[in-house]
Ligand binder design. Structure first.
Ligand code: PMP
Ligand code: GLN
Length: 414
């Protein structure tokens, strides 16, 4: 294995998906995906494409994105950021948001470049930066002092001085994930302005992972960095059909940004996967066209999804508080971090050999009571992993009966 990948071998997904296969927990709230069907018109679109008259939809399509899909993506985001996006030069369709992140990072980071990453962060950023020869600089969100009662993801904030100190002439990228996975924080306008000002001052490119852009709970609002003054020129925004239409297995994503930056992503994409799947891109395009036509209306999936998830979030939070855990109520996304230290004295973790307590706790839970979560220290750099050891991440985009099952499992065990 090349040196630049040597300390990236461990993946929480590889480990925990295998854990679930080995122990078959009754309730798996680990990896994030819905356990109920996506909207009917989305799956119907795919079956129409599969069985329709246009046999060319089963053959290769344009490498940088299927024409119908780049047109739909450009049309939607042109409206949302109030700027005309060119579908052919300013949009790239990728194999999930993962490949969009990869093409952005590898297409910009050179040996010795620095990349600023906010913790907790979606775990793939670090190995991608290191694989490109770059150096990660991590800055943790910190829980404000004196938070009473249940904490919200809004209570986790950046220290402005610390943030400023992360930038220097070697800084190439800033990676922002809003709404954040795993915390659920939705960055406010003031927080975005603070980051934007520093990116402008140091001539840094801002990578915005906005895969949960539609999953935002009232009264919070998702603000797109690319819509801020002077930021379009230096922002690549990334999205995912998996999150947008509840079809994580389709693995279609996209990146949009100014043409002079997009050529760098195109270069990586054309020399890696070269082109994505045609029928799935066509079906995603049809789904986008439907939602664009009812944007702003109540029945638009982009609004009905967060309403549906808000009730699940509250159900999950109650299940956790009922047994004495302390959840962090997310403002967005479909994950919840919860502090399990109040119940730690009830568990004997001495048979678990992992280094970090959250790994021991989550493995113990899967093996002994059949409830699976994800250890959030996986979303921190080595020196900061201790900040997450008292927490576990649960996914709540699940049928109500399965959230109820989690609640029953916890209550019975207590
Ligand atoms: N970014 C974040 C924050 C995510 O949670 C995910 C989910 N895996 C991705 C990127 C990757 O998305 P995709 O499944 O479309 O590759
Ligand atoms: N984004 C999902 C999660 O955080 C899926 C992760 C993955 O497939 N690697 O659970």
């Amino acid at each position: 294995l090349p040196k630049r990948f040597r300390d990236s071998e461990k993946s929480v997904w590889v480990e925990y998906i295998q854990l679930a296969l080995d122990y078959k927990p009754a309730c798996n709230l680990g990896q994030g995906f819905p356990d109920y069907p996506p909207p009917k018109y989305v799956t119907e679109a795919l079956s129409q494409v599969a069985n329709g008259d246009n046999c060319l939809l089963h053959q290769y399509t344009r490498g940088f994105g299927h024409p119908r899909l780049v047109n739909a993506v450009a049309k939607l985001y042109s409206k949302l950021i109030d700027r005309q996006i060119n579908p052919n030069t300013e949009v790239l369709i990728t194999a999930g948001a993962y490949e969009a992140l990869y093409s952005t990072i590898v297409g910009h980071v050179d040996e010795g470049d620095e990349v600023i990453i906010i913790e907790p962060f979606f775990d793939c950023y670090e190995p991608m930066v290191k694989g490109a020869g770059g150096k990660c600089r991590f800055i943790p969100l910190r829980l404000k002092a004196n938070v009473e009662g249940l904490s919200s993801s809004a209570d986790w904030v950046l220290d402005p001085k610390e943030l400023e100190s992360m930038f220097n002439e070697k800084t190439k990228l800033f990676i922002l994930n809003t709404p954040n996975n795993p915390l659920g924080k939705v960055f406010t306008l003031n927080e975005l302005i603070m980051i934007a000002d520093l990116c402008k001052k140091w001539n840094v490119l801002c990578v915005c992972d906005e895969v949960y852009e539609w999953i935002v709970y009232r009264p919070n609002k998702h603000i797109r960095m690319a819509s801020l003054p002077g930021m379009w020129e230096r922002t690549i925004t990334i999205g995912s059909a998996g999150k947008t239409f509840s079809v994580t297995g389709w693995k279609v994503g996209w990146a949009y940004g100014p043409a002079n930056l997009m050529v760098n992503l195109q270069m990586i994409h054309q020399n890696c996967v070269y082109t994505g799947t045609t029928p799935i891109q066509e079906a995603v395009a049809i789904s986008f066209e439907k939602e664009i036509s009812r944007l702003g209306a109540d029945e638009c999936f982009f609004y009905s999804l967060p309403r549906e998830l808000e009730a699940k979030r509250d159900m999950m939070a109650k299940a956790l508080t009922d047994v004495g855990m302390k959840p962090v109520i997310p403002e967005g996304g479909y994950f919840m971090l919860t502090d399990w230290s109040p119940i730690a004295s009830q568990i004997d973790l001495s048979n678990e050999s992992d280094i970090y307590r959250d790994y021991k706790f989550t493995k113990w839970m899967t093996k002994n009571i059949g409830l699976q979560g994800i250890p959030p220290s996986a979303f921190y750099s080595q020196p900061h992993k201790h900040l997450a050891e008292d927490y576990v991440r649960y996914c709540f985009i699940k049928k109500d009966e399965n959230i109820q099952k989690a609640s029953d499992i916890l209550r019975k065990w207590k």
